[in-house]
Design a protein around this ligand. Structure first.
Ligand code: FAQ
Length: 324
């Protein structure tokens, strides 16, 4: 949406926007904002919404094979929560003028991204626990600072999402604690799932700072409060003691406490793997997008029916108004 305004008015609007950001107040949907800010917010929120929706697939894969009624109920509720997060986020993007059908179209034709992590398969039930522990854990680490993001509707959606993600993280950790108290086979499953998900979880935070084209501007605008590398480091420091308590080994021979830095050092991430996943060449990219596309196509009749019902209700309301 490009708006050309006379110069003095444009300057005033820019000044008000800058003041809102520097005073750490929120930008609201009716406020003027630079086109580039709107575009960045739509990009990030759409990617985030798509991640929540595509993120239902890896764990959804285990709903019918959960090992008990309790685990099944918990997993169903968790996957449903992720759908809810997607819905809040699409609504937040709509307040910026984005169109939900357009965003879905861009997702299923590969023109908008979703998180790299959901392109990895879930091979055993331990993956459900590890996703809760590491993937939701990384998501919380990344999203808690977003509760203070400068765009009001996004920041407010994040508050509720973070509360639910914290619960998800605990359910994953509780599942893993239970498995670690079980048989040798169960313990081996947890270790094997941790080995597969550790590095992709670190990639969730995005490219290293020197290769992150958006960080600097997003930090100036108060969208991001920390860089990708800062949050990744925070996640490593938070997770190491949790792994020790659980009794699993994180698959990184270079991971050790650095007394001087007061943080953990960790090994080099394979960024060529991240780049390949982003290009569509991860283990499950094709399957994830195809599945989403099929669900969208299968749901066409529901959208048509809802649209027809809304039109009929509006017409009836208009008729009543004319009659009264
Ligand atoms: N995967 O310049 P930067 C969840 C893209 S929700 C794919 O650093 P930015 C809940 C990036 O978009 C997980 N693409 O970008 C759950 C950019 O693309 P461009 C999702 C990635 O935006 C749990 C390009 O690379 N969370 O897990 C990734 O400043 C369990 C350059 O990167 C969010 O979306 C990636 N990992 O920082 C659900 C949180 N990283 O410019 C189910 C909100 C980067 O070509 C089960 N988003 N890219 O369009 C953010 O915090 C930021 O957007 C970052 C990236 C940190 C992800």
């Amino acid at each position: 949406m490009t708006t050309t305004l006379p110069a003095p008015q444009a300057d005033d609007l820019q000044h008000d926007f800058d003041a809102t950001i520097s005073d750490d107040r929120r930008i609201e949907p009716r406020d003027w904002m630079p086109d580039a800010y709107r575009k960045t917010m739509i990009r990030q929120i759409a990617q985030h919404a798509h991640s929540e929706i595509i993120g239902m697939q890896p764990e959804g894969n285990w709903i019918t094979r959960a090992p008990s009624l309790r685990r099944k109920a918990v997993l169903l509720a968790k996957v449903q929560d992720e759908a809810g997060h997607g819905m809040y986020l699409y609504s937040a993007a709509e307040t910026l003028g984005a169109d939900r059908a357009d965003m879905t179209g861009k997702l299923i034709t590969g023109r908008q991204k979703y998180s790299s992590i959901f392109n990895y398969p879930t091979l055993t039930y331990a993956d459900v626990g590890v996703i809760g522990w590491l993937v939701d854990g990384a998501a919380i680490c990344n999203q808690v600072p977003l509760c203070r993001a400068s765009y009001g509707p996004y920041a407010r959606a994040m508050v509720r999402i973070c509360k639910e993600e914290s619960f998800h993280q605990r359910q994953g950790y509780e599942l893993l604690l239970t498995m670690m108290r079980g048989s040798d086979k169960q313990r081996a499953m947890v270790q094997e799932a941790t080995n597969r998900f550790w590095w992709p979880s670190l990639m969730m935070f995005g490219p290293p700072d020197h290769r992150s084209p958006n960080t600097e501007q997003s930090m100036q605008w108060g969208i991001k409060r920390h860089t990708n590398d800062e949050l990744r480091q925070r996640f490593v420091d938070m997770t190491v003691p949790q792994a020790a308590k659980l009794g699993v080994t994180l698959p990184d021979p270079d991971l050790r406490w650095n007394e001087e830095r007061g943080r953990h050092d960790f090994g080099e991430i394979d960024w060529s793997e991240f780049d390949a996943v982003l290009k569509g060449d991860g283990p499950c990219n094709t399957q994830r997008v195809q599945h989403r596309r099929a669900a969208h196509e299968d749901g066409e009749w529901v959208r048509d029916a809802a649209t027809a019902y809304a039109a009929k209700t509006a017409a009836r309301r208009a008729e009543k108004k004319v009659a009264s």
